[in-house]
Design a protein around this ligand. Structure first.
Ligand SMILES: [Zn+2]
Length: 413
């Protein structure tokens, strides 16, 4: 009898790393299990010898013991941008600090000039190879920030590009408005006026056009103060947008506490977060997004307090921070590897950081990030038998099959 079986497809004989916190095994592992898909949804997760599996006569994919994980989620990127910052990097290597490059009008503002000069089509074309690189590694959902336009028109242009990326590549995009990334040159010395523009015009326009899900800020001595970020977050909440913050990257500005006070989705970077910040995040259930790529490229010495975040029970995500200046690489697997080697996360923590915790950092915990009945059918079949293999070995792509919303989008024969 097969008429009651709610499956279109079955992946059997899999080693499922579910990342389901209710499964009491490392990585939520279920060895020798099957995964059923109906439409774009996981309709069952069950042992391969279950009656429903044995009696199913539809399309079956035998995983032959291979590892299956949820689709990877890169929850912090700036992958839409114009130009290159290789010259910044060259300067930094010769000893010019990040803050000094920013003060000289380099850094973010040089990318702003290059991004403003490009049309929507040109920006889209330049972003696609980066997105393809992430998708080829198994990323099925990616957050994309604006923040290199810094005018109403240019911020909306970037967000439209972010939206159009998902028409070109089978991937889910989570668009974030980051108008408070830097003070644009035309507002030099008038930061409060620019904050007013963000709060009164850019946020309402992005919200009414449905171009952003969240609002982000760069809360730092070289960017925006806690008070200015507070005004921006208040405007974001008025328009029912999620809250995120680049905080405590170069110094402790107490931005994480501000994010927590606004019940933010995530506070990101956190190298200089103190105990009060950690405790505030634990109380608010905001996700700590760790970005080891920026730490590596900036050759920073101060690491985020992983042991304290772990002890306080703050969920930790890991992301590429893909951007032209401080983290110029399109590889979530490299970010996960760096989180282990540089920050001391376990492979299980780092992979949780690109699945379950990353989904939470994008307000998608109920729909993405784990292999569970009812979740969106985004998952990956790997030429691997243990999850640590996909973190440890770089330079070779062990991805065998990528399934996005129930459809196979990349298959190795
Ligand atoms: Zn960033």
């Amino acid at each position: 009898m097969t008429r009651d079986v709610p499956f279109d497809w079955l992946w059997t004989n899999a080693k499922l790393a579910t990342f389901d916190s209710r499964v009491e095994a490392p990585f939520g592992l279920r060895d020798g299990w099957a995964l059923a898909v109906c439409g774009d949804t996981i309709s069952a997760v069950l042992p391969s010898d279950a009656r429903e599996v044995l009696e199913f006569h539809g399309e079956v994919i035998d995983c032959q013991g291979r590892l299956v994980t949820p689709g990877l989620i890169d929850c912090h990127t700036h992958l839409v941008f114009g130009g290159s910052r290789a010259i910044d990097w060259e300067m930094r290597l010769s000893g010019v600090p990040y803050t000094e490059i920013a003060k000289r009008g380099g850094g973010i503002l040089s990318t702003v000039r290059a991004t403003r000069a490009l049309s929507e089509e040109e920006l889209l074309a330049s972003a696609l190879p980066r997105l393809h690189a992430l998708a080829a590694e198994g990323v099925t959902c990616v957050e994309v920030k604006s923040g290199y336009g810094l005018t109403l028109a240019d911020e909306l242009k970037m967000l439209r590009v972010a939206q159009r990326l998902s028409e070109q590549v089978p991937i889910e995009i989570s668009p974030t408005l980051l108008a408070a990334h830097a003070v644009p040159p035309e507002f030099a010395g008038r930061t409060d006026d620019y904050v007013s523009l963000i709060a009164n015009e850019i946020i309402p326009a992005a919200a009414s056009a449905n171009l952003a899900e969240a609002v982000d800020v760069f809360c730092e001595s070289i960017a925006f103060s806690v008070e200015q970020c507070d005004r921006i977050f208040a405007a974001a909440r008025k328009h029912h947008l999620g809250i995120k913050g680049h905080v405590e990257q170069l110094s402790n500005s107490h931005g994480a506490e501000l994010v927590a006070r606004h019940c933010g989705w995530s506070a990101d970077h956190l190298e200089y977060i103190d105990d009060a910040g950690v405790n505030a995040m634990a109380r608010s259930d905001s996700v700590a997004v760790l970005l080891p790529g920026a730490f590596y490229f900036l050759r920073e010495k101060q690491k985020p307090p992983v042991e304290k975040l772990r002890a306080a029970g703050v969920p930790m995500a890991v992301a590429s921070d893909l951007n032209p200046g401080t983290s110029p690489f399109a590889s979530i697997r490299l970010a996960v590897n760096m989180a282990c080697v540089l920050f001391g996360l376990t492979p299980e923590e780092a992979l949780t950081g690109t699945t379950r915790a990353a989904a939470k950092a994008l307000g998608r915990a109920s729909r993405l990030g784990t292999i569970e009945t009812g979740k969106q059918a985004d998952f990956l079949v790997w030429d691997a038998t243990h999850p640590a293999e996909i973190v440890c070995q770089l330079g070779v792509n062990p991805l065998r099959e990528r399934v996005f919303r129930g459809k196979s989008t990349h298959a190795r024969t």
